[in-house]
Design a protein around this ligand. Structure first.
Ligand code: SF4
Length: 904
């Protein structure tokens, strides 16, 4: 087909460029908005361009949407440079070149659709017919380029392969690993000829301890392993893990906190296991929570009218991806993280099974379901790569007790405490209760979707089993007492409806009356302890408790009825129905437990304080807008339930991290492992980092940027980023300050050719932001907690970390209780040291990395300096001196020196 030249628009903080035909000119923002309102322009990442132009309604021909259609499930960094790399085009040298690149990229992608060897051709023609009807801007340009296939294309749902049922796994053989064999396996994994790393060898030998046969029931072998950055701990534990699984036939679970490490593990495990076994099964499986995967039934519903407008186009692009996806993982898998944000709404989450509405074998796609496939594959795997939350949830309420993990490596082990804290917490809030109401009753408004209540999901019980039908009717009636649509509005108007809304109204009133955090004016969330509540509040909470009990009773009766039906199946119950009942029984148990936890929480209000828990009332707000209200309960020490649910049934557990210890102190790590709750004495091991921190890094404590002075803070960030020529990661403890700094410096840096990106500002998901940062050594990235240890960027792209201040913990009610129990300021100090150590750990990821770690703090306490690795030079200096050091290094004048200016 003849080449066509589309008008392209590029907008960055540095300006706007319009290319019409083959002429590019700079234009003002106003002209850019007018041009975009006039015609559908070629753009890259419409939401981002819209933010740059301050024109939220921007739409056009987004090259990323075309890319998602032409190359579904193929990785691309969504920047001009990333696009150029993915398509084999010349990288643009500056902003002025980008509009031309967009034209070339569009041509290349459109041409691909005409090429005979387009690998993702199948399904494209059929999807295009739907997209034409939906008036997708690209559809007319694609029509005529995609040839109608000679034979009708298979529907997505018939193309996907079915998973195979397999026999239950026998229990693993008890084997004793020989140390020489472990070290030999390590050599196999690292490769012959690789340099021998003594720290890694010692680590692997120690890790084998977790795989020795257990001597006593309830007493796992527990190893706490401090592994300095760069020792190669991943292969260090994969060596004994792979040997053990080979000899025993059992499964090892490796649990991580970040997606970056999951990705790395997936790659490193290739050294020990092939992609597929001879029988076609997978020895290594990545498992995530079910809310991460595409639910095919939800997708089918979306494709058949459940989604309208732009969301319907998103559903088509997701369907294209589903046919080529490795595993159907929508969050952090091979679905581009940027796809959801292009459509500026929550379409992605409504395609997953987030609300637990799965109908299991009652689903027409059950045998092709990505979630079921992952679950089955993990049962027969040698290695399961999962995350902390999933391992805990699986141990607490996994469907299949026999498939629960017994040999577990918690990598990024310093996060186990936080993961346990949220897993074992209870929250009785408006958002949670309305979810439960919808799960029982179904949605209130006539919804376009397939979401249905319990009676629709268990239609055969309703029709054939009287006792079951009665229980469902009773549950439905009792669920009416839970908050319904518009609850927040009714509370704001002082007109709550029903016992639970009464409770939430009382919570709200109490929180506003008591909160003294200073958050009321600042627009933050508010909270107050659940203590000394008055008689009226206690009365309301008891009425709410009774309403919850009234719902729990029929659900329990229904659960018992399902069990009876499964034990003695009636004629009408076929195999499919049976699997459906099993699934329903599982999700019922989970809801019954949830209701019981809420009742227990309410029962204690007004009574004596239980020292095991911390309870508080909260109004969640974002920029002064309320979004949830409720009562929260956390364990004072969440490692107590963790110990009984995860550790006790396990045979061997490793907790490992570069920041497990607090300085050289093991006490905190041992206390935070949960070992003492089950009377286990963990084995401790420590391997130091092989990096030469004295030569590779410097800590600069800048003492003359006044705290709370936003203009000065912004200026310091801008100048530091300019001094290092980008490559900076800026870490903030408050989103408000991050936004203020970003707003002041982004334009200035862009004009100097130093792009700046920011979490909570740019409409781009965090994973993609890190990909963009990694890909461009001139780019810098600002962010909050998630970036403190979710960023793994070895090499030149990250050479400066700047913390805006000492990362003090937020003085929440939960923190105050733990601080009191944990030794006051010593508790705070250990949290801050851990945060500093994690942030510092971003800087030096390999032997060739060099960089500066800057903290802007006029009064950095000396007792926190032990957070940094021994030997790292630390200087307290002025901003001018810091700029001098950073810029001289950036221009190649000096390397960070080995001399230590003192740790005080
Ligand atoms: S089995 Fe459940 S999760 Fe899977 S596609 Fe069907 S409804 Fe969705």
């Amino acid at each position: 087909m003849a080449a066509l030249t589309l008008t392209a628009l590029h907008a960055s903080h540095g300006g706007c460029w319009l290319r019409d035909g083959d002429v590019t000119r700079t234009i003002s923002k106003g002209e850019a908005v007018m041009a975009a309102a006039d015609t559908a322009l070629l753009i890259l990442n419409a939401p981002l361009v819209a933010t740059r132009l301050g024109y939220p309604d921007l739409s056009g021909l987004d090259v990323l949407e075309l890319y998602a259609f032409v190359h579904p499930a193929r990785f691309v960094v969504p920047t001009p440079k990333g696009l150029a790399h993915a398509l084999g085009l010349t990288e643009p040298q500056g902003d002025a070149d980008v509009a031309r690149l967009l034209q070339q990229a569009a041509e290349t992608l459109l041409d691909t659709c005409e090429a005979a060897d387009w690998p993702e051709r199948e399904g494209a023609w059929t999807a295009l017919q739907s997209l034409v009807r939906m008036r997708w801007p690209w559809a007319t340009l694609l029509t005529g380029r995609i040839a109608k296939p000679q034979r009708a294309e298979r529907w997505l749902f018939s193309r996907l392969p079915e998973w195979e049922e397999s026999a239950d796994q026998p229990q693993p053989r008890q084997v004793l690993l020989d140390e020489a064999d472990v070290l030999h396996r390590l050599e196999d994994l690292t490769g012959t000829g690789a340099e021998q790393r003594p720290g890694q060898r010692a680590y692997a030998a120690q890790a084998a301890y977790a795989f020795t046969p257990r001597e006593r029931s309830g007493q796992p072998h527990l190893l706490l392993a401090q592994a300095g950055t760069g020792i190669g701990k991943t292969l260090g534990y994969l060596a004994p893990a792979s040997l053990w699984s080979q000899q025993s036939g059992g499964t090892v679970w490796v649990s991580t906190y970040t997606k970056a490490l999951q990705r790395q593990l997936r790659q490193e495990s290739r050294r020990a296991w092939p992609e597929r076994r001879a029988d076609g099964t997978q020895p290594v499986v990545v498992r995530k929570g079910r809310e991460n995967y595409l639910c095919l039934l939800n997708l089918e519903d979306a494709l058949q009218g459940g989604f309208a407008g732009r969301a319907a186009i998103l559903a088509q692009l997701v369907a294209r991806w589903a046919a080529y996806s490795r595993d159907g993982d929508m969050i952090g898998g091979d679905l581009p993280g940027w796809l959801g944000t292009l459509f500026r709404q929550r379409g992605i989450t409504s395609l997953t099974d987030r609300r637990g509405e799965c109908v299991y074998a009652g689903c027409p796609h059950y045998r092709k379901c990505f979630i079921e496939r992952a679950t089955r594959a993990s049962a027969g795997a040698d290695l399961v790569i999962a995350n902390h939350a999933l391992v805990m949830v699986n141990a607490a309420r996994g469907r299949d007790a026999a498939a629960r993990p017994t040999r577990i490596v918690f990598d990024e082990g310093h996060h186990v405490f936080d993961a346990a804290d949220s897993t074992f917490a209870a929250a009785l809030t408006g958002a949670e209760t309305i979810e439960l109401r919808r799960w029982v009753i179904g949605p209130e408004k006539a919804s376009r979707g397939r979401r249905r209540g319990l009676s629709a999901r268990l239609a055969d019980i309703v029709s054939y089993d009287e006792a079951g039908a009665k229980a469902i009717t009773a549950a439905r009636a009792a669920a009416e007492a839970l908050p319904g649509d518009g609850w927040m509005q009714r509370l704001a108007e002082g007109a709550p409806w029903g016992p639970l809304e009464d409770l939430l109204a009382a919570v709200r009133a109490t929180v506003y009356a008591r909160d003294e955090s200073g958050g009321q004016e600042a627009g933050y969330g508010l909270e107050t302890e659940a203590a000394d509540l008055d008689g009226a509040f206690v009365e309301i909470s008891q009425a709410a408790r009774e309403a919850l009990a009234d719902l729990r009773q029929p659900l329990m009766r229904l659960g018992l009825r399902l069990e009876a039906l499964l034990e003695d199946p009636p004629d009408w119950l076929d195999g499919q129905g049976r699997a459906r009942l099993e699934g329903a029984r599982h999700s019922l148990t989970w809801r019954i437990d949830l209701l019981a936890a809420w009742e227990a929480l309410l029962a204690r209000l007004g009574g004596p304080v239980d020292p095991e828990y911390v309870d508080w009332l909260a109004v969640e707000r974002s920029e002064a807008r309320e979004f949830d209200i409720g009562i929260h309960r956390h364990w004072l020490d969440p490692m107590k339930p963790f110990a009984s649910v995860v550790l006790e049934p396990a045979h061997g557990v490793i907790m490992t991290s570069a920041t497990l210890q607090d300085g050289a102190d093991w006490d905190k790590a041992v206390a935070r492992s949960g070992a003492e709750h089950i009377g286990v004495v963990p084995r401790l091991t420590e391997q130091e980092s092989p990096f030469d921190y004295a030569a590779q890094a410097e800590v600069l404590i800048v003492t003359d940027v006044p705290r709370g002075d936003i203009p000065a803070l912004a200026a310091a960030y801008a100048r530091l980023i300019e001094a290092s020529r980008g490559g900076a990661l800026g870490l903030f403890t408050a989103i408000r300050r991050l936004r203020a700094v970003y707003g002041r410096i982004a334009d200035r840096l862009a004009r100097a050719g130093l792009p700046l990106y920011a979490q909570h500002v740019d409409p781009i998901d965090t994973g993609t932001l890190v990909d963009i940062f990694r890909d461009d050594p001139a780019a810098s990235l600002l962010g909050t907690d998630a970036l403190r240890d979710g960023v793994d960027v070895p090499g030149h792209s990250l050479r400066l970390v700047v913390m805006e201040q000492v990362p003090w913990p937020r003085p929440s009610i939960l923190h105050r209780a733990r601080r009191f129990a944990g030794g006051g300021s010593a508790y705070d100090d250990s949290i801050i040291r851990a945060r500093l150590a994690q942030a510092f750990g971003r800087l030096i990821r390999s032997r060739d990395d060099h960089g500066y770690f800057v903290v802007l703090s006029s009064a950095f306490p000396s007792r926190l300096l032990s957070a940094f690795p021994a030997g790292t030079p630390i200087r307290r200096i002025s901003l001018e001196e810091a700029l001098h050091r950073v810029s001289s290094h950036a221009s190649g004048e000096t390397e960070p020196e080995g001399q230590n200016a003192g740790r005080s």
